[in-house]
Design a protein around this ligand. Structure first.
Ligand code: ADP
Length: 443
């Protein structure tokens, strides 16, 4: 380029010298120079016009205009650059088309939105599953099309570790699982999966467990009723029957407890028991449960400390909350050796309301903690015979907390005691009309 430029400069200067010389011969050297410069200007203007015309159409595949000297060089180089650009653009376009084709073939709905939720692109399945329309919905905010409040909160929260389940706004019989991923500058990639079949199976399982439990309840009540009567009159029976009847009475009592827990769990889980959002006085509730826990502790003489200093009430279903809190507090009694300490605390801060149940009991090995809230999961199966638990307690706690937008935190170490904390969001807290009394008491 440098070489061409110096050649171009040489030729131009030579041309100008020529016209000046010609002017000199006829006695007007200045006119000769001016004519030379004028010609050069005209030529340059013409090349600029040709360049502008050629650049006006960026898709132009034609050869670049032909020219001499530096202009010819410039045209060639620009032509090569343009060719490279067109080739890269076509390759990228082909790749995008292919990605769109493959995403369109997916059974899951895929939607791309910007950071504010404006719809940029979606595939055919998203149209089918969510009822989006290509002509009218481009640029619309997605939460105006999926108008479930849960979706808006999920979208805004930016915590997408767990998927969200909801009914399709366009086809309510379709149950969808929504998973969002962040990319670019907080843009969202939303995947909507049709989980209707799975949902139906889950519903069938729940109905089955609930129906069986209900059907078993009446015969079990009859059996345990008769066994209790027999056990009460065991003195009149032959000695060899006494042990058998006492064992049968204990086992039928266990089965009754199990069936009661199963029915309770299926009600809480299926939402049959509508969540009543009346303000509940958690302080009073846990005071009652602690009283029952002292009765359960009996001769084991646990030290049960209640710290219910917070005046906040909790919007929630009192019955469900009682089930959850009593499961946690009774577990602390069951899994803490005689004389151990159990501390129950209710407090609120900017993050919400918290109920903590801490014990100095046997503790739980770390490996079990993630699975503790599964139905029938036991950290130490050999132990449950002594405690008479059903293995459903923490599953009930988990579902009660889900119904109250809460979560359960578990800290424990084998041999060092445990702490179970129920967290409730700030929106569920209500200021108590009359300030609560500080209650720090023990058994
Ligand atoms: P269970 O009826 O067996 O108590 P849960 O669902 O209430 O069933 O608890 C599940 C398991 O978690 C229990 O079997 C026990 O191993 C463990 N666990 C629960 N609470 C405690 C606690 N406070 N201390 C030690 N282990 C506990």
């Amino acid at each position: 380029m440098q070489q061409n430029w110096s050649r171009h400069l040489r030729y131009t200067l030579a041309g100008l010298a020529g016209t000046t010389l010609a002017g000199f011969y006829v006695g007007y050297p200045v006119y000769g120079l001016t004519a030379g410069l004028g010609l050069y200007l005209l030529w340059t203007l013409n090349q600029t016009r040709r360049l502008a015309q050629w650049l006006a159409d960026p898709d132009a595949k034609d050869e670049a205009p032909q020219s001499l000297g530096i202009w010819g060089d410039l045209f060639d180089r620009l032509h090569k650059l343009n060719q490279n650009y067109l080739q890269t653009r076509d390759q990228l376009r082909a790749r995008i088309d292919r990605i769109q084709e493959s995403t369109n073939a997916m059974r899951d709905g895929v939607i791309m939105t910007d950071a504010r939720g404006a719809m940029e692109w979606w595939n055919g399945s998203a149209e089918h599953l969510l009822g989006f329309r290509r002509n009218t919905d481009q640029g619309q905010y997605i939460y105006n099309l999926i108008r479930t409040p849960a979706f808006k909160s999920y979208f805004d929260a930016k915590d997408y570790r767990e998927p969200l389940e909801l009914h399709s706004p366009a086809r309510p019989h379709i149950h969808l699982q929504i998973q969002i991923s962040l990319f670019g500058e907080e843009d969202r990639l939303i995947v909507a999966k049709d989980v209707t079949r799975l949902h139906q199976l889950e519903q069938m399982r729940r109905d089955f467990v609930s129906n069986v439990s209900h059907e078993m309840r009446t015969p079990l009540t009859v059996i345990s009723g008769y066994l209790e009567t027999l056990a009460d009159n065991a003195d009149d029976l032959p000695a060899k029957w006494r042990r058998a009847i006492n064992t049968m009475a204990t086992q039928s009592f266990r089965m009754e407890t199990l069936v009661t827990d199963l029915i309770l769990l299926s009600r809480i889980e299926t939402g049959d028991q509508a969540v009543n959002d009346a303000p509940t006085d958690v302080g009073r509730l846990v005071r009652q449960v602690c009283q029952d826990a002292r009765t359960l502790s009996g001769e084991k003489q646990h030290e049960i400390i209640l710290e219910a200093t917070d005046p906040h009430l909790l919007k929630g279903d009192e019955n469900q909350l009682r089930s959850a809190f009593s499961n946690l507090i009774f577990n602390a009694v069951k899994y803490t050796p005689a004389g151990g300490r159990i501390t129950v605390a209710w407090f609120a801060n900017t993050e919400g309301g918290h109920l903590s149940v801490k014990d100095t009991g046997v503790g739980i090995d770390q490996v079990h903690i993630p699975r503790l809230t599964e139905r029938f999961y036991r950290a130490d199966p050999s132990r449950h015979k002594d405690t008479g638990g059903t293995g459903l307690g923490l599953a009930i706690v988990k579902h009660v907390l889900i119904n109250h937008d809460g979560s359960l935190e578990i800290h424990s170490r084998l041999g060092e005691g445990s702490e179970f904390v129920c967290h409730f969001p700030p929106e569920r807290l209500v200021e108590s009309p009359q300030s609560n009394t500080t209650d720090v008491g023990e058994a």
